[in-house]
Design a protein around this ligand. Structure first.
Ligand SMILES: Cc1cc2nc3c(=O)[nH]c(=O)nc-3n(C[C@H](O)[C@H](O)[C@H](O)COP(=O)(O)OP(=O)(O)OC[C@H]3O[C@@H](n4cnc5c(N)ncnc54)[C@H](O)[C@@H]3O)c2cc1C
Length: 383
């Protein structure tokens, strides 16, 4: 079976690794960026315990590499920006092992290295044609111009949230905005940072999220509500506006928030501004000749840190199913109900980011047994 994988991000790299030595499979991965070009990678991220469990069971070498390149994600605390604690969760109460905290560039490096031999870099999918046998023929834009790579029995769209393969075979998906701006920053000189593990700090429905990542760096993400038009006001992209957003009225911010506000002011030009959105789940197209994994199939809100985490599960499950001769329908059956559950749960858990939700009551609800049971299901119930 000739399989072409579009994109060697999270899901694509893991699938390529699982299939590259599998008898009966001829795998080629196509990646638009050059080797060692991680410029498009984000800053830092937390990966959930469920991705680690999935890797530990199916791809132990990748599990070990990920653990070695990261810091453990053991706790999740939620404070108000004045330092009042609302939630403090030991992840092992709801998971079988910790998650990880890692830099994006490091994650891509360790996932892409094992599949370098079957990856063609500098290949950006541009179009899809069909050969006389009815197989899909990807057309790539390269430095040498457009290149056709012959027919594939299966093309896998692992090309992320703005999947070109999905747009070409199933049309551009209609995204739904959550109604919040989300920005990300990596602080590389962070020896004086007053915290370590994963924390969130709320001021009204605006929230800072931060944790240390390896190499003495700290990842900071901010979110704040935006209007129904989805426009992020340029006036919000200033140190003064961000300081006003996260400073408790009539009081001083706690030391952690004060530290972040200073870093935001110093690095405002390094901040990447985006909007949180979802797209409808789609697993296959072109009569089963195209399969979608990770964000290409299921872009979700990042509230529970499940985007890359679910992309890991996708890559692992698709690799296992295809290795044993299964079909895209088998992959859909194994993945779709779980993805629907995690997407819905992530969306519901975003309540405290939206106007109208009382942050204290909403966060306290996340300490109740029903929420913790869903978190356990998310972190433990891997296929
Ligand atoms: C602000 C923010 C914070 C987030 N934080 C977290 C977090 O803490 N934890 C978490 O689990 N998730 C997080 N996510 C989600 C996470 O970024 C994605 O869910 C994850 O990267 C999806 O993995 P993927 O393999 O589907 O795609 P990606 O990792 O995006 O990989 C896609 C690959 O395809 C390549 N590509 C794209 N187009 C083409 C083309 N036309 N031709 C060839 N190659 C192509 C790209 O170069 C890339 O290598 C966050 C997202 C955002 C926006």
């Amino acid at each position: 079976m000739r399989i072409g994988i579009i994109g060697t991000g999270v899901a694509g790299s893991l699938l390529a690794e699982a299939l590259q030595d599998a008898p009966g499979h001829d795998v080629t991965a196509f990646e638009r960026v050059a080797p060692d070009d991680h410029a498009e990678a984000g800053t830092g991220l937390n990966i959930g315990p469920n991705a680690l469990k999935s890797l530990r069971l199916a791809m132990p070498a990748r599990h070990a590499a990920l653990r070695a390149a990261s810091l453990p994600w053991n706790r999740w605390f939620v404070d108000l920006t004045d330092g009042t604690r609302l939630l403090d969760l030991d992840l092992l109460e709801v998971a079988e092992e910790p998650g990880v905290r890692i830099r994006w560039s490091e994650l891509y490096r360790l996932l892409r290295a094992p599949v370098a031999g079957c990856t063609r870099h500098g290949h950006a999918l541009e179009a899809v044609e069909e050969d006389a046998a009815g197989r899909l023929v990807p057309v790539f834009r390269t430095a040498q111009g457009l290149v056709r790579e012959g027919g594939f029995d299966l093309l896998v769209g692992a090309d992320g949230r703005y999947s070109r393969l999905r747009a070409l075979t199933a049309g551009e998906p209609e995204g739904t905005l959550l109604g919040v701006c989300i920005w990300r920053l990596l602080v590389t000189q962070a020896a004086d940072c007053p915290y370590d593990d994963y924390g969130q700090w709320f001021q009204g429905n605006a929230r800072l999220l931060s944790f240390r990542v390896p190499g003495g760096a700290v990842y900071i993400a901010g979110t704040f509500p935006i209007g129904p038009d989805g426009v992020v006001d340029e006036g919000m992209k200033t140190p003064a506006a961000q300081r006003a957003l996260f400073t408790p009225p009539g009081g001083a911010p706690c030391p952690a928030v004060a530290w972040m506000l200073d870093r935001i002011a110093a690095q405002i030009d390094d901040i990447h501004w985006a909007r949180s959105a979802t797209v409808p789940l789609l697993r296959t197209a072109a009569g089963g000749r195209a399969l979608f994994l990770g964000d290409a199939a299921q872009a979700m809100v990042p509230t529970l840190g499940q985007g890359a985490t679910q992309a890991v599960e996708c890559g692992v499950v698709a690799g296992q199913v295809l290795r044993r001769g299964g079909t895209v329908a088998d992959i859909a059956a194994a993945r779709d109900p779980r993805v629907e559950f995690v997407r819905d749960f992530s969306l519901a858990a975003s309540d405290t980011l939206l106007p109208g939700c009382d942050v204290v009551a909403g966060t306290q609800a996340k300490t109740r047994p029903d929420f913790l049971a869903k978190l356990r299901r998310t972190y433990v119930d891997v296929a």
